[in-house]
Design a protein around this ligand. Structure first.
Ligand code: HPA
Length: 259
């Protein structure tokens, strides 16, 4: 079994959920990455903080390629990513967990592939099932065991940020079939697939999208919500790690070009 990585997003910064931790530094073709390596119940787990020290890196400046490359280099074959999200779907209420099965990309400026042409030629990656179904099933089981409302499936709309959306944008995303809105799923999910790593997101709904919510949105409100439920998120992550079967039975490992 390969290692499991937790990519901690907004409000999930603490690697102390793991035992026997040590800091690791990985040099990649895209830059140097720091993470924490540790263990949970005999499984090797890497913890990576997506937004860097003190939540200093905004979503559009995250070095997604370096992060995912480093995880591959460390022997990771499954990534559990956390995300604070706004909801466009009234059935997915604040405090609910959602495990998305689809995404839509509305980002504008991000380096989104390892396949830039050159010697490898042109490679197109299949994205029919971008989020690992085996990992989503384990998360669903974990949420049920913790008596938490969760939704297995949903479409995550990834925006460029760092600003929140206008009500008009939220209306458009809803009409297009979006359920959640956030700023970090893409290109993380696609890069993981390019390297044959399973990827799943634990999305915590912190608010309804602009215009659905009657209030103006603030980052502080998102942080406060994540803070209030950080113990639940931690429990969900650890339970999921326990639940994950030893072997992967999904399509995620089929790397592009090998199909
Ligand atoms: N929009 C974008 N990202 C978010 C939101 C939102 O409403 N809430 C938490 N992350």
């Amino acid at each position: 079994m390969g290692k499991i990585a937790i990519i901690g997003g907004t409000g999930v910064y603490d690697p102390s959920i793991l035992n026997n931790t040590e800091e690791v530094r990985v040099e990649t073709p895209y830059g140097t990455v720091c993470a924490v390596a540790g263990e949970y119940k005999g499984k090797s787990v890497i913890f990576m903080n997506r937004h860097g020290e003190g939540h200093s890196i905004p979503p559009h400046k995250i070095n997604y390629r370096a992060n995912i490359w480093a995880l591959k280099d460390l022997g990771v074959d499954r990534i559990l990513a956390t995300a604070a999200v706004g909801s466009l779907n009234v059935a997915m209420a604040p405090r609910h967990f959602v495990f998305p099965d689809q995404y839509m990309d509305f980002t504008k400026s991000r380096e989104a592939t390892f396949f830039d042409g050159g010697e490898e030629g042109v490679i197109h990656t299949d994205m029919t099932e971008p989020y690992c179904p085996q990992m989503r099933a384990a998360m669903k089981k974990a949420a049920a065991a913790l008596s938490r409302t969760s939704h297995n499936g949903g479409t995550y709309v990834c925006t460029e940020g760092p600003r929140f959306e206008t009500p008009a944008e939220i209306k458009m995303y809803r009409q297009l079939g979006g359920d959640l809105v956030g700023m970090t799923a893409y290109p993380e999910v696609a890069l993981a697939r390019e390297l044959g790593i399973c990827y799943a997101t634990v999305a915590m709904v912190t608010n309804y999208g602009a215009g659905i919510s009657e209030n103006h949105l603030t980052h502080e409100e998102v942080l406060a919500m994540m803070d209030r439920f950080s113990a639940d998120i931690r429990r969900l992550l650890l339970y999921t790690i326990e639940e994950l079967p030893e072997t992967r039975d999904c399509i995620c490992a089929v790397t592009p070009g090998s199909m």
